[in-house]
Design a protein around this ligand. Sequence first.
Ligand SMILES: Nc1ncnc2c1ncn2[C@@H]1O[C@H](COP(=O)(O)OP(=O)(O)O)[C@@H](O)[C@H]1O
Ligand SMILES: [Mg+2]
Length: 267
Amino acid sequence: MGKISLDNVKLNYTDNGTVYNALDGLSFDVKEGEFVSLIGSSGCGKSTALSVLSGLRDPDSGTLLIDGKPTTGTGKNRGVVFQHYSLFPWMTIIKNVEYGIQQVFPDMSKKERINEARKYLEKVGLADFVNKYPFQLSGGMQQRAAIARTLAMKPEILLMDEPFGAIDAKNRVILQDLLLNILEESEEKKTVVFVTHDVDEAILLSDRILFMDQKKISKEIVVNFQRPRNRETLMERESYRSLRKKVVNLFYYESEEKSEVEGGEGI
Ligand SMILES: Nc1ncnc2c1ncn2[C@@H]1O[C@H](COP(=O)(O)OP(=O)(O)O)[C@@H](O)[C@H]1O
Ligand SMILES: [Mg+2]
């Protein structure tokens, strides 16, 4: 039994009487502790899939199971990070993180809450900025703070929708490494579904990459590289380059390979 199971999910948007079909038979499972990336072209339904997983939208038909139980609506077991850092602009970043903690742990003492908020801001490299307001920080720093807030709420499942999509190339790499390192800490081990357009990001972070096409999953690639992973050593390897080629072919050229491809080295 997977941690998450989507079965034959269909979802339509209605806009001014016009019906748009966004998901049409989306099915996939994610195992406990697995990191799965969803990649696919713009408009194929990735954000809609994530909104179903988060419970922000319930499917029109089909089911979402979490821990084997049919689930509707949002829940504290799931945390979401969006492309646009959803911090409250009128609160300092430590207050933002504290606010998140308070939603999940209302009985925690103020002292403990502040300590927890500091701990998570330290994990994302913002120890010296806790009393800044979001507008005083760069986009990359704001996204670090948003990640800290979500992690501090200790969700079992982390849902990320192109979280580094608006960040410049250099900071993007830094943030990928940061996320990789944090999630490899045993106390932060989570089940993750991560939406991205970036092939290297998907390979570096994932255990499995799902390709979305025509409103459902078309193919998958297993990424077997051992953890903990290191960007430089990984990218130097021949097996990385050959896996990357496969992913690029499937993503950009949709070459007719068989639908399940094993990649990486299971060592
Ligand atoms: N609120 C909405 N109303 C109407 N159509 C929508 C809405 N949100 C998304 N769509 C449409 O649903 C499809 C899937 O969108 P989305 O899940 O955002 O795709 P992706 O994240 O892969 O770019 C697209 O055709 C999009 O235009
Ligand atoms: Mg999207």
